[in-house]
Design a binder for this molecule. Structure first.
Ligand SMILES: Cc1cc2nc3c(=O)[nH]c(=O)nc-3n(C[C@H](O)[C@H](O)[C@H](O)COP(=O)(O)O)c2cc1C
Length: 375
């Protein structure tokens, strides 16, 4: 399964495992894949601790980091993240705060105990103000071999800085035009994510998007994302010219995943048709399980979602209350996941998932060889 990118990064399989959970990243990298830790859910201080622990656990294996910097950021990127967070938080209309609280109350989700803050009260996600600090910290960790940006190419000075440090820069995209733009902005690796993927996602399906992007940015390496749940899909991506695959949903139901048991139960029970692209988490279309939270924000009573990062600050209360009261929040928990959720049937260890993907890939290649008479 060795592609040029595997050789460049020193990994056994061209499988990139994105997760917000450190233990998943550790196990994926130790199993020969390439774990990528999502930074967006951590304050800079928390993130620094996560990377220290990751280094201790991962040994000499390489791994990557993913930050979230939108192409059109809010003004104030130069400010201290906490100052900017307070300003933005104070600008959220009462109507939106009240609506979120009403949706949670109607499902019987208790308020957080007195004095306990929700995430929006201490963390500013999805802005350069926070993400620049994440990058700064990542650059102090030698095992970090790649830094990706969820929403395209990082700002030019960051692209320069990351490359000058000897690391690779990746950017996610959902259509060919974006891919071209990222390539022109100096991104080393394009992650082409089809609409079926979990998290922020565009409208074009993987089967159409991958070859389109691969052709357009050639010879830049492309990682195929969106809808990878087994090794046959990896074989399809590699046969189309991808240098590897970038996966997210697959790791949510692993033993190591830090989702609550209730979330894992919901994911294991869901079918592929149970996801929806909803703006209710961040203000940008994000694929997640359809439930009372997503329906409420789409309903006639909804005040409409706010743009990034304001909606994130509104949804943060739901995320924190759902973590505190998982059982009571089962109908309104925000569960980003892709359509591949319909193929997730059991809790498996991360390393077993990696091994199974590799075996299935080899079976698929053998099948192709049989069909083409190369056996
Ligand atoms: C729970 C969840 C959270 C995600 N958060 C991020 C993120 O913070 N940054 C990012 O670049 N991509 C994020 N993604 C997208 C993944 O990086 C990846 O592109 C996507 O999961 C691939 O499609 P798949 O879910 O079908 O594997 C997220 C995906 C999921 C499922």
């Amino acid at each position: 399964m060795q592609t040029e990118l595997c050789k460049a990064l020193g990994i056994d399989f061209p499988i990139f495992a994105f997760s917000h959970c450190r233990d998943v990243v550790v196990e994926a990298s130790k199993a020969g894949a390439f774990g990528v830790l999502g930074a967006v859910g951590f304050t800079p201080e928390q993130f620094a601790r996560e990377l220290d622990r990751l280094d201790e656990a991962v040994g000499d294996r390489p791994y990557g980091v993913d930050v979230v910097i939108p192409a059109h950021d809010v003004p104030g990127a130069e400010k201290d993240p906490e100052t900017l967070r307070q300003e933005l938080f104070n600008s959220i209309p009462q109507e939106h705060r009240q609506f979120a609280k009403k949706v949670l109350a109607e499902s019987g989700v208790p308020e957080l105990p007195e004095g306990v803050k929700h995430e929006g009260e201490y963390l500013l996600r999805s802005t350069a103000a926070t993400a620049r600090r994440h990058v700064e910290i990542a650059l102090r960790h030698p095992n970090v071999k790649l830094i990706a940006n969820a929403l395209g190419a990082p700002p030019p000075d960051l692209v320069q800085q990351i490359k000058a440090s000897g690391r690779l820069v990746a950017g996610l995209c959902g259509d060919a035009l974006q891919a071209k733009k990222h390539a022109d902005q100096g991104v080393d690796i394009i992650v082409a994510q089809g609409s079926e993927g979990g998290g922020h996602t565009g409208e074009i399906g993987s089967m159409v998007l991958w070859p389109e992007v691969i052709d357009l940015v050639h010879p830049k390496p492309v990682l195929a994302a969106g809808g990878i749940g087994n090794g046959r899909q990896i074989a399809a991506a590699i046969s189309m010219g991808a240098e590897g695959v970038w996966t997210g949903s697959l790791w949510l139901t692993t033993t190591e995943s830090d989702l609550t048991d209730v979330q894992k139960e919901l994911l294991l029970a869901a079918r592929s048709r149970d996801t929806v692209r909803s703006r209710s988490l961040t203000g940008k279309p994000c694929r997640m399980l359809r439930n009372k939270w997503t329906e409420a924000w789409d309903s006639r009573e909804s005040p409409g979602t706010l743009p990034l990062p304001l909606q994130d600050l509104v949804a943060a209360e739901a995320t924190s209350r759902a973590k505190a009261y998982p059982q009571k929040a089962r109908d309104v928990t925000i569960n980003p996941v892709g359509q591949i959720v319909g193929s997730l049937h059991e809790i498996r260890r991360t390393r077993d998932v990696v091994r199974t993907l590799a075996e299935e890939y080899l079976d698929a290649v053998e099948r192709l060889n049989r069909v083409t008479g190369f056996e």
